[in-house]
Design a protein around this ligand. Structure first.
Ligand SMILES: [Fe+2]
Ligand SMILES: [Fe+2]
Length: 284
């Protein structure tokens, strides 16, 4: 069993500063952390799929480190287009999983039954991402190491289209070459992404592609052709990925926030036909 909480697109700003003048990203990430910590079954790890900070400032990464502190499980960070590799390395490099040499911040996580491969798709200074030859070669080499082991790939920029035209124009480029590597493999449980600030699923390259919602602001759902993007404060969330040998990978969406309940499934006294064996059976 492996349980992974995927959080994404936190866009942390220096304390007291709202992102875009609207979003209190610090408070929203603190709420996400509280929600993860309160899960009845504690995740084995948290993976954050980029746009960790809004501007890539050292001060922002230091605040991020402080916000994540209550989490008892390992937290793995990969960069998005709003991040700066050098500052991410500076603040989190001592944790040991980020490579301290070379250009890219790729890594693997090997200590759970489900193997994790984290890809750095960042093109510095650009909104879009890329899987160029060096990155494709690194991915292929990692996959060749353990071709039979259930594996989940995390990356910031989705390498597949989503119908959100503006976001798709800044997704991961050279995706067909990545799809070529994955197609035909039977051990890739998922390609899990961020960047689009919405919950999305697609069949892609012989596996399933998914995007987790942001723990902060969401991109407005607009599926007609358009070339600008706006955001909304609809409820934030994260994904809980549960892997078991019996079922493979199952993903649950979690809404962050406090909601009424839990309530027991109690039938009304005048419920028509008490034929169900239990209240839960009747309610479901
Ligand atoms: Fe983002
Ligand atoms: Fe992004």
């Amino acid at each position: 069993m492996t349980l992974i909480a995927q959080i994404t697109d936190m866009h942390i700003r220096p304390s007291g500063k709202k992102a875009y003048g609207v979003v209190d990203t610090e408070a929203m990430l603190r709420a996400a952390v509280a929600s993860i910590a309160a899960q009845p079954r504690s995740p084995d790890m948290v993976v954050a799929t980029g746009d960790l900070t809004d501007c890539g400032l050292v001060e922002e990464y230091e605040l991020l480190r402080d916000i994540l502190k209550p989490l008892a499980m390992p937290v793995y960070l990969l960069p998005g287009n709003h991040d700066r590799r050098e500052n991410l390395r500076l603040v989190f490099g001592s944790e040991g999983y980020l490579p301290m040499n070379g250009e890219f911040l790729h890594f693997t996580i090997e200590d759970q039954p489900l193997r994790v491969i984290a890809l750095d798709t960042v093109v510095p200074g650009k909104g879009h991402g890329e899987m160029d030859s060096p990155r494709l070669n690194w991915l292929k080499a990692r996959l060749d190491e353990q071709p039979d082991r259930p594996t989940m790939i995390f990356m910031h920029h989705p390498p597949f289209p989503t119908g959100l035209q503006h976001m798709d124009s800044i997704n991961c480029r050279n995706a067909p070459a990545m799809a070529e590597i994955l197609r035909g493999l039977s051990n890739i449980e998922r390609v899990a992404c961020g960047h689009h600030h919405r919950s999305i699923q697609i069949r892609w390259a012989g596996t399933i592609g998914s995007v987790a919602p942001s723990v902060a602001h969401q991109v407005v759902l607009d599926l007609k052709p358009h070339d600008d993007s706006t955001f909304t404060m609809e409820p934030p969330g994260f994904h809980l990925h549960l892997w078991t040998p019996e079922a493979g990978l199952v993903t649950h969406g979690v809404a962050i926030g406090h909601y009424e309940g839990p309530f027991p499934f109690v039938l009304d006294a005048d419920y028509p036909g008490h034929t169900a064996k239990s209240a839960a059976e009747a309610a479901n």
